[in-house]
Design a protein around this ligand. Structure first.
Ligand code: HEM
Length: 399
């Protein structure tokens, strides 16, 4: 631990793919540091890999959103409106509520449903690549591919009727934009909430083969609870995968030797996806927890009520866990990274996200073997101030 109080979370990047250099210096000095949070209170910043896992796995640290929501707001993260009469999202709950919701949702990620989804994901990817080609070179890879693919996959999973996709996708895109005024984002989010709530009512009347129907049919959830879970899937699974597809493509294009290795041996794609997850660690401001009691950990005592910010990017570049951590190497074994979190809240959609990325990158570079940037790399707008890092647009050229 450094004795000094860090005045704020370091967020200034000097390169497109590396986390802020200051995080590396802090990690070299120790795995945990005192840090001032935007509301003025002093808490902690975890930069070391081992300690990051420990904190995620320790039930004495709470995920309850009401304990740290204001802090997230100030860190630039979108926080959906919290209506006290509504159950809220279980990503921001602790046991036993979290356990109950998570168990019911895990039961919906069945092997059968995932297997059935696989050919649909291939189709959705193929359709959007055809759309990219039709748009003509140069075209924006984000608008034509990276963003709409996960959006359609979620529609499929939740059972959004085909002819209602357009409004749903438009509101989703708007609700998840962090570069718009807060009120606009909340208005789109409100429309989405209503849409999902109405969809759940209809699933009860007219069951389908989708996840919302599955949740309704557990018989253990109110419509409001099901709608909330649907919204969480949407929010948690959408921008994340979209930004991995966009930024991941940029990373591959900017590391031609790595891209060549993947093209020469397409079976490297699983490894490539894991390494991209580690190397890019797009949850750039990390995860947040609040200590429920005094906890002695990592050589310090974290007091009850203190907020702990866990830097996922710093942990995933820890040289004590990963050799040559700052090198992007599609052949390395990156497993064990914490880009999907760790512990009881570890990403529920990680297998789905992996399938989307594996299918997405494979098809993209197979169909567009000469894909290249259409602008100088320095002109690609990076999402430095957004909770989820990535690219705003990715202008690509192809023949
Ligand atoms: C590459 C894409 C993705 C990344 C980087 C990502 C990252 C994460 C992380 C770091 C967490 C843990 C948060 C915490 O501990 O506070 C998480 C949780 C979660 N993710 Fe993902 N995620 C991705 C894709 C998805 C997808 C596709 C879905 C849904 C289909 C999804 C659904 C969820 C849910 C429901 C949770 C909450 C789990 C819980 O609280 O028990 N995610 N994700």
């Amino acid at each position: 631990m450094t004795e000094m109080l860090i005045p704020e979370l370091p967020t200034t990047r000097s390169t497109a793919f590396d986390p802020p250099a200051e995080l590396g210096s802090l990690r070299a000095a120790g795995p945990i540091h005192r840090m001032r949070f935007p509301d003025g209170h002093e808490g902690w910043l975890v930069t070391g890999y081992e300690l990051a896992r420990e904190v995620h796995a320790d039930r004495r640290f709470s995920s309850r959103s009401e304990l740290h929501h204001p802090l997230r707001r100030l860190a630039g993260q979108a926080v959906p409106r919290q209506d006290p009469a509504k159950p809220g999202m279980f990503i921001g709950m602790d046991a036993p509520d979290h356990t109950r919701y998570r168990r019911l949702l895990t039961g919906q990620f069945t092997v059968r449903r995932m297997n059935a989804l696989m050919p649909r994901i291939e189709q959705i990817v193929a359709e959007h690549l055809a759309g990219l080609r039709a748009a003509g070179s140069p075209a924006d890879l984000v608008a034509n591919f990276a963003l709409p693919v996960p959006s359609m996959v979620i529609c499929e999973l939740l059972g959004v009727p085909w002819d209602e996709r357009e409004a749903f996708q438009r509101d989703t895109a708007e609700a998840l934009r962090l570069d718009r005024p807060f009120e606009e984002v909340m208005a789109a989010f409100g429309r989405l909430e209503e849409f999902v709530a109405d969809l759940v009512r209809r699933k009860r009347a007219e069951p389908g083969d989708d996840m919302l129907t599955g949740l309704v049919e557990t018989g253990e959830l109110t419509d409001g609870e099901v709608a909330n879970m649907g919204l969480l899937l949407l929010v948690a699974g959408h921008e994340t995968t979209a930004n991995m597809l966009g930024l991941g493509t940029l990373a591959l294009l900017r590391h031609p030797e790595q891209l060549a290795a993947l093209k020469a041996d397409p079976s490297l794609v699983d490894n490539t996806v894991e390494e991209l997850m580690r190397y890019l660690s797009i949850i750039q401001f990390g995860t947040i927890r609040t200590a429920l009691e005094d906890v002695g950990i990592g050589g310090v005592v974290i007091r009850a009520g203190d907020t702990v910010s866990i830097s996922v990017p710093a942990a995933n570049r820890d040289p004590e866990r990963f050799e040559r951590p700052d090198e992007f190497d599609v052949r390395r074994s990156a497993t064990g990274h914490i880009a999907f979190g760790h512990g009881v809240h570890q990403c529920l959609g990680q297998q789905l996200a992996r399938i989307e990325m594996r299918v997405g990158y494979s098809a993209l570079f197979r169909e567009f073997p000469d894909l290249r940037l259409a602008v100088p790399a320095s002109e690609v707008r990076l999402r430095t101030d957004m909770a989820i890092y990535g690219v705003h647009e990715l202008p690509v050229a192809f023949s």
